[in-house]
Design a protein around this ligand. Structure first.
Ligand SMILES: Nc1nc2c(c(=O)[nH]1)N[C@H]1C(S)=C(S)[C@@H](COP(=O)(O)O)O[C@H]1N2
Ligand SMILES: [Mo]
Length: 323
């Protein structure tokens, strides 16, 4: 593969992030029985930092008012499950990456908006948060692997970001990128994956009322493992379209090729709308395992959101809409 990745051993020591260093020191001290000391004693410099990580500056924005327009047909997934059973390949290909993901520094965090827009710009996440109105929505989430959850996300409509970006009328797609920092995300050292994680949607999808940019979950800031500080939720599509820890939105007239499509184009495509009648090449999509229960439920077309989104696709029946 023609991608040049920096290997772990090529990193200069000074580039190791303070966060990981502090975390590791805290672990060592805790394993030595100094946990209580760290928590209570006035320690100098970096050790004091380890004891009291900076509070999330956006914590006061939560919980936000729930928008009752989006109702569930099932119970909310228990928080401890939704925040410990994850797909976030930057931190490993197994589901148990929530501890590893704590190494992700989420402040400062800059979002770039560029491509076919009136004027490209960058905005710090806390400034972006000041320019939007947060609301809570209960959404179903259906992974292409045939498990599902139901989550109270907090965030704002993606349309608000599109309006802020002022795209040119020639822009037909939004291409989105996750952070790239192999120093904190060891998965990004695995050269066989096409990093950074990338996804794309059409303008009609981006401005559909369901497309939701998530900053919170369960009435609190979204945890790192679930895509802090900014991720997408596209509840009518397979979960891999809901890209995490976003740093860039590029408006373009070229259809983006997503991370999974690039990796395995015969199994994962651009549209990836949920459809129980169209099996994945290697398994059925007819039912889903509901996280936190023994239940297998029938999967619904567009994950049950057809009334909101089916019209986007009515003239596209020759496209592979369901992969
Ligand atoms: N950057 C990034 N975004 C990602 C993924 C990933 O590996 N990396 N996994 C996707 C997949 S396959 C799913 S199912 C959801 C999982 O979100 P969760 O861990 O919050 O349940 O995130 C999606 N977004
Ligand atoms: Mo997924």
């Amino acid at each position: 593969m023609l991608i040049r990745e920096r290997r772990g051993w090529e990193l200069r020591e000074g580039e190791a992030t303070p966060e990981t260093v502090f975390r590791d020191r805290r672990r060592i001290l805790q394993s030595m029985g100094f946990g209580a000391l760290i928590a209570t004693a006035g320690l100098p410099g970096e050790l004091a930092l380890a004891a009291a990580p900076a509070a999330d500056p956006s914590a006061g924005l939560y919980p936000a008012k729930r928008n009752d327009r989006y109702a569930l047909d099932r119970p909310i997934t228990p928080e401890n499950l939704a925040t410990t059973y994850n797909n976030f390949y930057e931190f490993g290909s197994q589901k148990t990456i929530s501890d590893e993901a704590q190494a992700l520094p989420i402040r400062p965090w800059t979002v770039t908006i560029d491509g076919m827009v009136e004027k490209p710009f960058q905005i710090a996440i806390d400034d972006l948060l000041k320019r939007v109105t947060l609301e809570e929505r209960l959404y179903r989430h259906r992974c292409v692997e045939a498990w599902s959850m139901a989550v109270p996300w907090t965030g704002f409509p993606m349309k608000a970001l599109v309006d802020m970006a002022k795209p040119l009328s020639s822009a037909t797609y939004v291409r989105m990128e996750t952070f790239l920092d192999p120093k904190v995300a060891p998965g990004e050292k695995q050269f066989w994956y096409p990093w950074p994680y990338l996804e794309g949607v059409t303008m009609a999808e981006a401005t559909n009322e369901l497309a939701f940019l998530v900053t919170g979950m369960y009435g609190k800031p979204v945890p790192r493992q679930d895509g802090a500080p900014l991720r997408l939720a596209l509840p009518w599509k397979y979960g891999f379209k809901s890209i995490k820890s976003l740093v860039k939105f590029t408006f373009t007239d070229k259809r983006p090729v997503g991370f999974w499509q690039k990796l395995q184009g015969n199994e994962y495509g651009f549209w990836a709308n949920v459809n129980p009648a169209v099996p994945h090449p290697r398994w059925s999509q007819a039912t889903e395992r509901v996280l936190g229960s023994d239940e297998r439920r029938p999967t619904l077309i567009y994950n049950g959101y057809g009334e909101y989104v089916a019209s986007i696709y009515k003239d596209l029946q020759n496209e592979p809409l369901f992969m």
